[in-house]
Design a protein around this ligand. Structure first.
Ligand SMILES: C[S@@+](CC[C@H](N)C(=O)[O-])C[C@H]1O[C@@H](n2cnc3c(N)ncnc32)[C@H](O)[C@@H]1O
Length: 243
């Protein structure tokens, strides 16, 4: 996958070079192309932003440097142009998966008050928000977007099953996990996990996942595809009113 990033702060993307994502970049499963918006300034003063028309707070990233940087990306690797914005569609599991199937994407990281609306109307295919809060820059949203979509790219996560069992893959959350020691400050690992009985362990994990979702994110259960067994368990949880 080719990922182009237009930003005023290229150094922030050093963070991509760590862990599984970093390894995928080393293997060139993912190719990152960072464009420093300053290099597309409109004058010798390095100008890329200006005051908003009509007054108001802060500065706005100008359309011209953004256009120049975009036009510097070869058309065959430009792909979908995504602007990060708190006004965009909320990023979720499905969206990240959808983006991972594209061969190329171009991500615009805004700053200040955002970017000139005319650049959005002329060049942007989709606006994405990573949550109902405001960041000071799109770079951190871009890192989250790239990390989340990369998990669906074949080979990035060594163990495919691990991705499939992660929270939200089956529409619900994953249950709790434990590792050594068995006794931590007098709190013991649930006995069933030490039993060696794989059927029982799986049943416990499935129940925990459902219970956790019921307690923490009950709205997910409305659209989750549940088995008959899970539906029955859910009815039991609801009747116990464990919230
Ligand atoms: C301070 S914000 C601009 C907010 C804008 N004035 C508004 O009210 O919608 C600066 C930049 O941070 C990024 N940003 C802020 N919050 C974001 C979010 N929730 N999701 C994605 N990007 C975000 C965008 O790139 C945005 O252009």
């Amino acid at each position: 996958m080719n990922i182009n990033i237009i930003t005023l702060f290229p150094e922030i993307f050093e963070a991509l070079n760590y862990g599984l994502l970093g390894q995928a970049i080393d293997r060139e499963d993912i190719k990152i192309n960072i464009l420093d918006l300053r290099e597309y300034q409109i004058n010798k003063h390095g100008q890329v932003d200006d005051k908003p028309y009509g007054g108001g707070e802060g500065m706005v990233l100008m359309a011209e440097p953004l256009e120049k940087s975009l036009k510097d990306i070869p058309l065959d690797v430009l792909g979908k142009v995504i602007n990060l914005s708190p006004q965009g569609k909320l990023l979720n599991h499905e969206k990240a998966k959808e983006f991972s199937s594209l061969t190329s994407i171009t991500i615009i990281s805004g700053r200040y008050e955002g970017i000139d609306e005319r650049f959005i109307s002329q060049y942007v295919d989709e606006e994405i928000s990573i949550g109902d809060f405001v960041l000071s820059g799109g770079e951190f949203a871009a890192l989250s977007l790239i990390d989340s979509l990369s998990r669906f790219i074949p080979g990035v996560i060594g163990n495919k099953i691990s991705v499939e069992q992660d929270s939200l893959s089956q529409g619900i959350l994953k249950g709790p996990v434990f590792t050594r020691p068995e006794n931590f400050n007098s709190e013991l690992v649930p006995e069933v996990l030490l039993s060696g009985d794989h059927k029982k362990i799986q049943e416990w994990k499935d129940n925990q996942a459902l219970e956790r979702t019921f307690k923490r994110r009950p709205e997910l259960l409305k659209s989750a595809k549940l088995t008959k067994k899970q539906k029955k368990l859910l009815e039991e949880l609801a009747s116990k009113d464990i919230l």
